[in-house]
Design a protein around this ligand. Structure first.
Ligand SMILES: *Cc1c(COP(=O)(O)O)cnc(C)c1O
Length: 415
């Protein structure tokens, strides 16, 4: 399936989905950075444009996605979940089976080989829960690149195991003590580093966010998810699905999963945000539930902010969805009414995390569980002749100790 991992293959959706020259998807996206980074982003955009049209780059990408990351991933029929819901046939796209445990490796590989082409030997990255940091550390080890990962001090404490993983693979992990000491501050610090060391450094941004060309480029590196899914569902069912559901933090797994289906108007596409403890200020990370247009970290999009433009506190049980801004392409397709959005709350996520583990023998990442929560609701409403595909963006091994602690607090007698 050589074509299935090929970001240079013109898609039927390309004409409808390329940003303009300044990186805008409608009113969203763009480039909002200091002068010094403008040049770096233009250089990156030009290098990416050349690379994606170069068969040698495409072949190298294909090779590493297969040999190192473990593509293609299965499209798995979840028989017991389907029976449990009693409605639509439920399939899971198994990105959880990839090396390092989540979809993030698709993008990390793509950007690392691009950095090599550009002659950059030093890689920096930000990470929240640590999944992107681990993926970046792994590809840097593989390609012999030096790697520095910025991580909020609070996240380093919460995700100590991922910090150790990164260090084992040779990455330097730098704790960020500013502000809330989480993802937003880590991105600020990474951007500061990039401005200073831009000549020898490439910044591997981990989601479909930030300034152009990142949202487009990160999307392209994840398009393989949807390309494979389309082939696989045609092989399994001989037709396209009725609905597809993915969780949305910055939006990279969702846009990669959805992209090949944008022109298939009969396929309903739904992104699921983090409803946290409920839709009250500071208690959630659902940008389409009260977010407003603004600029954050180089990108114009929907942002959770107060009336003075101050970024609001966010909360989610899953660190990977806990961010105040959403990828600009999602905001655009929401306006176009092509992607719908829903949210799932922490307590529903905790329940479905356990349910899916028990029924399918698959422990999903808390992020992916948001998509499962909404998916199970939808499956019950749909008929048995309908098909639903949920993107299982990652595995939950990283989350088990957090969930264990939360369950112990809730019902100490039961375990
Ligand atoms: C990081 C992460 C997410 C959220 O990021 P997106 O860019 O929205 O995909 C979702 N699921 C998993 C497993 C992650 O690690």
């Amino acid at each position: 399936m050589a074509t299935s991992v090929d970001p240079s293959v013109p898609s039927s959706t390309d004409r409808f989905a390329q940003p303009d020259a300044a990186g805008h998807f409608g009113p969203y996206g763009g480039v909002y950075v200091p002068e010094t980074l403008m040049t770096a982003l233009q250089e990156l955009g030009a290098a990416y444009e050349t690379a994606r049209q170069d068969p040698a780059f495409v072949e190298e990408l294909r090779h590493h996605l297969k040999e190192f990351a473990g593509r293609p991933t299965e499209l798995y029929f979840a028989e017991r979940l389907t029976a449990h819901c009693g409605g639509a046939k439920i399939y899971l796209k198994r990105e959880d089976l990839l090396h390092t445990g989540a979809h993030k490796i698709n993008n990390a590989i793509g950007q690392a080989i691009l950095a090599k082409r550009m002659g950059k030997k030093r890689i920096i990255a930000e990470t929240g829960a640590g999944q992107h940091g681990v993926a970046t550390a792994a590809v840097c080890a593989k390609f012999g690149l030096s790697c520095r990962v910025y991580m909020g001090a609070v996240d380093m404490e919460r995700q100590a195991l991922n910090v150790f993983r990164m260090r084992l693979m040779g990455a330097e992990v730098i704790g960020v003590e500013a502000g809330q000491k989480t993802l937003k501050e880590a991105i600020n610090e990474a951007m500061r580093d990039w401005v200073t060391n831009v000549r020898e450094t490439h910044y591997i941004l981990g989601s479909a966010l930030g300034s152009h060309p990142y949202p487009m480029m990160v999307r392209d590196f994840h398009r393989v998810i949807g390309l494979e899914t389309k082939d696989q569902i045609m092989a399994a069912e001989g037709r396209l699905p009725d609905e597809m559901i993915a969780c949305v933090g910055g939006g990279s797994n969702a846009i990669g999963f959805f992209f090949e289906f944008l022109d298939d108007k009969a396929v309903r596409l739904v992104g699921v945000e983090a409803g946290g403890r409920g839709i009250t200020r500071g208690e959630h990370a659902a940008r389409f539930e009260g977010g407003k247009l603004g600029v954050l970290q180089g990108c114009k999009t929907y942002i959770l902010q107060d009336s003075d433009g101050q970024i609001e506190l966010t909360h989610s049980v899953s660190a990977g969805l806990d961010y105040a801004a959403i990828g600009p392409e999602h905001a655009y397709y929401r306006d176009q009414k092509r992607i719908d959005f829903a949210y799932a709350c922490d307590d529903e996520v905790m329940e479905v995390f356990q349910l899916v583990s028990k029924l399918e023998g698959i422990i999903p990442a808390l992020e992916s569980t948001h998509a499962l929560v909404h998916g199970l609701k939808r499956a019950k409403e749909m008929g048995p002749d309908e098909i639903l595909i949920i993107n299982l963006s990652g595995r939950g091994d990283k989350d088990v100790s957090q969930v264990q602690q939360m369950l112990d607090l809730k019902e100490p007698s039961s375990r």
